[in-house]
Write a protein that binds this ligand. Structure first.
Ligand code: SAM
Length: 515
């Protein structure tokens, strides 16, 4: 679509880039750091690293870099979901708290971290292609290289065989042990792991270095106790554990003090959250409480599971204007037999009842979903059930995937695989059906006015990019001065993935960030 903007310039507000922007504790080199022998020899000059260059210490035994002492700079790259993005923000907070400095280029970093995703095979492969830069003969270029997240947990110690240049392998359930693991590396250990899944705690940090200047992620629940037959998450993120409502509300208030007006509550299954504190608040009550914090203007939450989706969530949205008009409710398939084999815990009809409950709300709530095509044994008839369900629900957005068999999942062993070609054809067909639905729905919005939070602009096109409470992207004439403001925009035309509009006046002078 000619009218759709693909590149967004996000303007960092003063004090945002490269600084610890969130947290209540003290930051600085005096925290956590106690490694002996701190001379920095062995930290090879940055220009020695990267494709086409040989590191200065290529002849040193593997891992000699890790014995070189204090790690001063770090680079982190994140793959995957919002949970991973936020985990990386917290890991960065940990590193800042021990006095380390972030760098934009991995070649300049003493510590290079990849936070990985293994939800589908393609995502899992990404880290191995990145690690190729530090492959055999290059010996890690004098850097300490760490792999975090789901692939780290899934591969465990095998990672060292597949990628001998790696020094640290740590799953998300062990992130709170990272300071000790880094100390071990600084003390001379060359291979350290954090792979225990036995934890009842969430990952708490004094500092969180949030990357997005407008939307603050806030974890309320970690891990997953569901056993969806396709999904690797319970094996990679460990058992479900919820943060207390007091901690969550305190963090939300701190975010307001820092200038955030939009908060997104996060969890693999966010609505399975159970308050461990004596207050025993329900998820709907938690939403209401967050939505009533003065200064908070938008609250989103993801990802909800249909099994835990209750009517009081819709009532909370109706009652509290700060709760966004948006629900993401992954259906995965429109066929009851496929849902049963996926072990999703609901039928097509039960899912549609939840949708009906959402559609009955006083507010027009925007709906999005996730769908997997070509799950083991999915017949053409099953697939058509999914297409029919999409047409019935009329989602505003669908994230669709070809089924990717994952290690140690129940479905992996079940056989009945669908040919890749067939999966590809079904995916294309489904996406075309959804494209038509979105185009029609978006065109129906022409002439309407929405409040948007301006998240960026396209200097070349003189266009600002805003997002509505329903999570729709609207492009309209604007510039850097608009970024961070709430504006009213009238829709003038529509494509399947975004809208084009014109200003209809400023809602108020609220600037997203105070700083
Ligand atoms: N926890 C959420 C739930 O269960 O509804 C979903 C989180 S997952 C990170 C995001 C989406 O990836 C899932 O909703 C599903 O559609 C998709 N997904 C998960 N495992 C997959 C697999 N093995 N193959 C293809 N897609 C998969």
């Amino acid at each position: 679509m000619g009218n759709e903007l693909v590149q967004l310039t996000v303007v960092n507000q003063p004090g945002v880039a490269g600084t610890p922007r969130s947290g209540s504790g003290a930051a600085g080199a005096d925290l956590c750091f106690s490694a002996p022998g701190l001379a920095n020899e062995g930290m090879v000059a940055s220009e020695a690293c990267g494709p086409g260059s040989e590191p200065a210490n290529a002849q040193q035994p593997f891992g000699s870099s890790a014995s070189a002492g204090r790690l001063k700079t770090f680079y982190i790259e994140t793959f995957g979901c919002q949970m991973n993005v936020h985990d990386s923000e917290k890991v960065q907070g940990l590193l800042l708290a021990r006095g380390m400095t972030p760098v934009e280029d991995y070649a300049e970093a003493d510590l290079v971290l990849y936070n990985t995703c293994s939800i589908r095979e393609k995502a899992a492969q990404k880290v191995f292609s990145r690690l190729g830069v530090f492959r055999k003969g290059r010996r890690g270029c004098g850097k300490v290289i760490g792999v975090l997240g789901c692939v780290a947990q899934q591969e465990g110690e095998r990672f060292f065989e597949r990628a001998p240049q790696v020094n640290l392998v740590c799953g998300s359930a062990s992130y709170s042990k990272l300071p000790q693991l880094l100390e071990q590396l600084e003390a001379g250990n060359t291979r350290v792991t954090g792979l225990s899944l036995e934890t009842e705690e969430c990952f708490e940090t004094e500092i969180t270095r949030r990357d997005n200047p407008f939307r603050a992620y806030l974890t309320i629940i970690e891990g997953c106790d569901q056993r969806c037959a396709f999904c690797v998450v319970p094996m990679t993120r460990g058992p479900q554990r919820s943060r207390s409502s007091e901690k969550i509300l305190a963090e939300a208030r701190r975010l307001v003090d820092e200038g955030y007006t939009e908060i997104q509550l996060l969890g693999q299954i966010v609505n399975a959250w159970q308050d461990p504190s004596p207050a025993r608040r329900s998820f709907a009550v938690l939403l209401s409480r967050v939505g009533q914090i003065p200064g908070i203007r938008r609250v989103r939450f993801a990802t909800s599971h249909p099994r835990f989706f209750t009517a009081d969530i819709v009532q909370a949205i109706d009652a509290h204007p700060a709760l966004c008009d948006q629900i993401h409710l992954p259906v995965q398939s429109g066929s009851t037999p496929v849902l049963a084999r996926m072990l999703r815990g609901y039928s097509r009809e039960e899912y549609l009842e939840k949708i009906h409950c959402i559609r009955k709300a006083r507010r027009a709530i925007s709906l999005s979903t996730d769908i997997i095509v070509g799950f083991c044994g999915e017949t053409r008839q099953d697939f058509e059930q999914t297409l029919l369900l999409m047409k019935e629900v009329e989602y505003d957005q669908v994230f669709s995937f070809k089924y990717s068999p994952r290690p140690n999942t129940l479905a992996e062993a079940s056989g009945e695989a669908i040919a890749e070609e067939e999966k590809g054809e079904r995916l294309a067909e489904l996406q075309e059906v959804q494209r038509q639905i979105q185009l029609r729905r978006n065109q129906g919005l022409v002439g309407e006015t929405f409040e948007v939070l301006v998240e960026g602009y396209q200097a070349r096109l003189g266009q600002a990019v805003g997002r509505s409470t329903t999570n729709r992207v609207i492009n309209f004439p604007g510039g850097p001065e608009d970024v961070g403001r709430y504006l009213n925009v009238k829709v003038t035309s529509a494509g399947p993935n975004s809208l084009v509009g014109a200003r209809a006046g400023r809602v108020d002078m609220a600037i997203c960030r105070k700083a």
